[in-house]
Design a protein around this ligand. Structure first.
Ligand SMILES: NC(=O)C1=CN([C@@H]2O[C@H](COP(=O)(O)OP(=O)(O)OC[C@H]3O[C@@H](n4cnc5c(N)ncnc54)[C@H](O)[C@@H]3O)[C@@H](O)[C@H]2O)C=CC1
Ligand SMILES: CC(C)CC(=O)C(=O)O
Ligand SMILES: [Mg+2]
Length: 336
């Protein structure tokens, strides 16, 4: 198993360290290559992600990422120039974000019920493609556009992936969009769900506007099973989903090229958290659960289950004090 490690910025290296210990315990044979992408490299060389970097990453079975983004670099340069570029070039079209409220974990909701759903966020299109521009910058007449790109091909493949997951889970698929206002893209998403749904007659479907979806995620999250949505809505709603299931420190994700051509990438949902970086304060659980997603993706279902069981056991006994990054890592490592 060859894994590319991208610790990245802020708390990224701290949480990846703990995730790597778990991975290495389960797979002592793992071969890792560490890449120094992020703010330090950008400051030192001006480079973000070169063709040679892409070729080197492609030599691996999967990528484990911490987080990218640093206050010393203007907002967007690393996020767009490295992270989104990497996701797009690797064709990571299925951005998989499971949300589970583990037993014993406190939710901020008074009556959370059972929360166990998966957001399938489209990962290569929508408003994140950099299709836009600015005119008369800095003047009172400035204009900025940020155009959402939605292709039939892109929507259909992610919708089919989401249906397959809903079928495997035996429940339902909810399309989340804003088709009462974003009528061009929203109509294509809705029609695509209707058409692809004919291949999955046993999967029930429903639809929610994104604004209403945020209400139900707080008032009745148990109603969700699989959600399919676009890149921007999926980004936002998965931070909310993390919050209702005990916090951003527990939320894992996979950026998957479902064709298998490119290595898929696994990372916590959270960012580089500069406010707590370098203090051994970050919760590494999301990064560790990302290892479980990585292992399942590579076919080690038992290994993935062991990581998830260790995390479930640890979070159930945390109580009020979670402990430091390394303490959490030590405890989960001992349980795996
Ligand atoms: N995939 C990635 O690499 C992502 C990168 N970013 C970047 O990260 C930087 C910071 O972004 P923010 O909007 O502040 O989001 P963030 O997710 O980094 O932090 C939001 C809040 O959650 C807390 N938090 C995050 N992860 C935590 C953990 N593991 N344990 C405990 N608390 C945690 C932070 O301390 C902060 O208060 C920005 O440069 C942003 O662009 C943001 C999201 C994803
Ligand atoms: C920093 C963004 C490019 C990514 C993000 O917030 C996410 O994928 O959740
Ligand atoms: Mg996000």
């Amino acid at each position: 198993m060859k894994i590319a490690l991208i610790p990245g910025d802020g708390i990224g290296p701290e949480v990846v360290d703990q995730a790597l210990r778990v991975l290495t315990k389960l797979h002592p044979e793992v071969e890792t290559t560490e890449f120094d992408f992020g703010a330090r490299r950008y400051h030192a060389t001006g480079e973000l992600l070169t063709d040679a970097d892409m070729a080197a990453l492609r030599e691996h079975d999967a990528i484990l990422l911490g987080a990218i983004g640093d206050p010393s670099v203007p907002s967007g340069i690393l996020e767009r120039g490295f992270l989104l570029k990497l996701r797009f070039l690797m064709d990571h079209h299925v951005n998989l974000r499971p949300s589970i409220l583990f037993d014993g974990v406190a939710s901020p909701l008074a009556n959370p019920g059972t929360i166990d759903f998966v957001v399938v966020r489209e990962g290569t299109e929508g408003p994140y493609t950099g299709n836009g521009g600015a005119l008369r910058v800095g003047t009172p007449h400035e204009i900025a556009t940020e155009v959402s790109v939605n292709t039939r091909f892109g929507i259909e493949r992610v919708v089919r992936d989401a249906f397959a997951r809903a079928q495997a889970r035996g429940k339902k698929l909810t399309l989340v969009h804003k088709n009462n206002v974003l009528t061009f893209a929203g109509s294509m998403w809705a029609r695509t769900v209707d058409e692809v749904g004919k291949e999955f007659p046993e999967v029930a479907t429903d639809y929610l506007h994104i604004d209403a979806a945020t209400i139900f995620m707080v008032t009745d999250p148990a109603r969700f099973d699989v959600i399919v949505t676009d890149n921007l809505f999926g980004d936002i709603i998965t931070d909310l989903a993390a919050a209702v299931t005990g916090g951003i420190g527990l939320a894992a994700s996979g950026n998957i090229d479902a064709t298998g051509v490119s290595p898929s990438m696994f990372e916590p949902v959270h960012g580089s958290a500069p406010d707590i970086a370098g203090q051994n304060l970050a919760d590494p659980t999301a990064a560790i659960l990302s290892v479980a997603l990585l292992l399942r993706h590579l076919g080690d279902v038992d290994g993935a289950a062991r990581v998830e069981a260790a995390v479930a056991s640890d979070v159930a006994s945390r109580g009020e004090t979670r402990g430091s990054t390394t303490e959490v890592g030590d405890r989960i490592l001992a349980l795996v």
